[in-house]
Design a protein around this ligand. Structure first.
Ligand code: AMP
Ligand code: FE
Ligand code: FE
Ligand code: ZN
Length: 292
């Protein structure tokens, strides 16, 4: 059986390994295909695709876009994007600027709380890609202000944390729309973060997203309990959504997740990639540049 991972991060966003190293690790762990899905950026894709060609791993060009969803976290994955698409690059640039505006405000809040962390320290940790909260968490941990990365989120950086700062997000229809404009396949990531686990409300939201063009649901994910996984699988089947899954690998920035070795790895088979490709062909026609 050939295994895949459709949700990974590199130093282009908040992973700790450069795109090339994520792909090489995937090869070493025996994966046939991986999707690189950095937060709000496609900057790592060219390097990842090239590395995939060199070492013999199929790299699905992807992205993970944070969408507006009051009361919870909504991330939309996009697969098989045309990553030279101008409109996509321009829309993502808006989100990248929103991040740049937010980071100094988080640092200022930490400083007000008596933690003299400097943005330069966070930049050093980020390795040159865009800065996300996991980099700030690592900076807090390395300087000894918290005992773990999770504690940094629990006390300071999480949505309820003392130094939390909201950032601009597109509404779901725009996040889905920009993925579709680049001929990508839009998939709702880790549905548990919506905070909607009664089936009726989740079904209603998924129906709305399907009307906006959503194509799939990330059913398999390390933090989904067997009960949630069963619920998501049933809803995906009911609503005729593609079924995907991934580890959300972030390297050392999420040390509990190991590429190719997550509990649900046996569910993540190459058929998922074939189903994404088939959907893309049906929806947009032709064979498509990234559809090898
Ligand atoms: P950002 O993109 O800067 O908003 O950071 C989002 C990332 O921070 C997510 O992808 C997670 O990796 C991490 N994250 C967000 N909230 C939490 C939390 N409460 N606990 C642990 N990690 C979190
Ligand atoms: Fe992340
Ligand atoms: Fe996410
Ligand atoms: Zn992710």
């Amino acid at each position: 059986m050939a295994y895949v991972d459709l949700h990974t991060h590199s130093t282009a966003s908040d992973g700790s390994l450069p795109p090339r190293e994520v792909v090489r690790l995937a090869k070493a762990r025996g994966l046939k295909a991986i999707a690189l899905t950095d937060h709000d950026t496609i900057d790592g894709l060219a390097e990842a695709v090239a590395a995939g060609q060199e070492c013999g791993v199929e790299v699905v060009p992807g992205v993970e876009i944070s969408a507006r969803y009051p009361g919870g976290t909504m991330h939309i994955l996009g697969y098989f994007l045309e990553y030279d698409n101008e409109l996509l690059a321009r829309r993502l640039a808006v989100l990248q600027q929103a991040r740049k505006d937010r980071n100094p405000r988080i640092i200022a809040k930490l400083n007000e709380l008596g933690i003299p962390l400097r943005i330069e320290e966070v930049e050093r940790i980020s390795g040159g890609g865009q800065i996300g909260r996991p980099h700030i968490a690592r900076a807090l941990f390395e300087a000894g202000y918290v005992g773990s990365l999770q504690e940094a989120f629990d006390i300071y950086l999480g949505n309820q944390g003392q130094a939390y700062v909201e950032k601009f997000r597109f509404p779901p229809e725009e996040a889905i729309g920009m993925i579709r404009a680049a001929k990508g396949v839009p998939v709702l990531a880790h549905p548990f973060t919506l905070g909607l686990n009664d089936p009726a409300s989740l079904r209603a939201l998924l129906r709305e997203l399907v009307n906006l063009g959503l194509a799939g649901l990330e059913v398999y994910y390390p933090e989904h309990s067997p009960e949630l996984e069963a619920l998501y699988l049933a809803l995906a089947r009911e609503l005729n959504l593609l079924i995907t899954g991934g580890s959300d690998f972030h390297g050392d920035n999420k040390p509990e997740v190991e590429l190719g070795r997550i509990p649900c790895q046996s569910k993540l088979t190459y058929e998922m990639v074939e189903a994404l490709k088939a959907w893309r062909r049906r929806e947009y026609g032709g064979s498509g540049a990234s559809d090898q």
